[in-house]
Write a protein that binds this ligand. Structure first.
Ligand code: NAD
Length: 243
């Protein structure tokens, strides 16, 4: 514990899955955590896990993101976890599907980074962690056409921010998870039928899915000063899926 003591952290999509496990881990490590999501019931259940500062925030709303950054002030850690998995090929992806995925998965990160980076530059320190994916960056998964494109864009904007602000105390890294057992992942498995989860497990060389706490452990490392010498990297954590 105390690996994040004295640091203020802001997290999107914190009510479920990887974002949720990350805010719980950040709080356990002593950070002052602001957890945001559109799911207010999910946020309120975080109080039992030591995360008490929560607020509704739709990362698709630029004005709301800007207002929240004004209200919260300077932070040390920004974790961007919001993301949506569109299922399908190019032929299944309408213009509005494309726009929705890029807005939620990519432009959301553009919004929060633009809103919070100036404060980090004033203090001369900050760690930005963006949730990308092994799919799109390390592997072309079937039926992940626009999803993969968004996650590759996340890896690219991560490198760009890292390069532009490397001399000013800012680090920016991405996490590229493989298949992680979260509410939405289990929903995607169920949509494939009763064998859906087994199908996802069968492509795992370790014989199991990952869990959100394993991703949160990497998020803690990247958020903390322990990782001071790494920036601009798409850190893969996939149980050997892409081996
Ligand atoms: P999840 O998909 O189960 O939950 C996502 C959370 O995002 C929910 O709490 C939801 O309310 C919130 N959300 C949705 N739209 C929002 C919006 N407009 N504004 C704010 N919050 C919003 O969680 P997950 O599966 O852990 O996914 C989190 C991230 O991890 C995503 O970016 C996802 O692409 C990425 N990822 C997940 C996996 C996996 O296998 N689960 C693998 C690789 C990458």
């Amino acid at each position: 514990s105390d690996r994040l003591k004295g640091k203020r952290a802001f997290v999107t999509a914190a009510a479920a899955g990887i974002g949720r496990a990350s805010v719980i881990a950040f709080a356990r490590e002593g950070a002052d955590v602001f957890a945001t999501d559109i799911d207010e019931a999910g946020l309120s259940s975080l109080a039992d896990h030591g995360v008490t500062r929560t607020a509704r925030l739709d990362v698709r709303d630029t004005a709301a993101v800007d207002a929240m950054a004004q209200e919260i002030g300077t932070i040390d850690i920004l974790l961007n976890a919001a993301g949506f998995v569109h299922h399908g090929t190019v032929l299944d992806c309408s213009d509005s599907d494309w726009d929705f995925s890029f807005d939620l998965n990519v432009k959301s990160m553009h919004r929060t980074i633009r809103a919070f980076l100036p404060g980090m530059l004033e203090t001369g320190r900050g760690s930005i962690v963006n949730i990308s994916s092994a799919a799109g960056v390390y592997k072309a998964a079937p039926n992940r056409y626009v999803y993969g494109a968004t996650k590759a864009a996340v890896a690219a904007l991560t490198r760009a921010v890292a390069a532009d602000f490397i001399t000013r105390g800012i680090r920016c890294n991405a996490i590229c998870p493989g298949t992680i057992e979260t509410p939405s992942m289990l929903g995607r498995a169920a949509a494939l039928g009763p064998q859906g989860r087994d199908m996802f497990v069968s492509r795992q060389p370790m014989g199991r899915l990952g869990n959100a706490e394993e991703i949160a452990a990497l998020a803690v490392y990247l958020a903390s000063d322990e990782s001071a010498f790494t920036t601009g990297v798409a850190h893969i954590i996939d149980g050997g899926w892409t081996l």
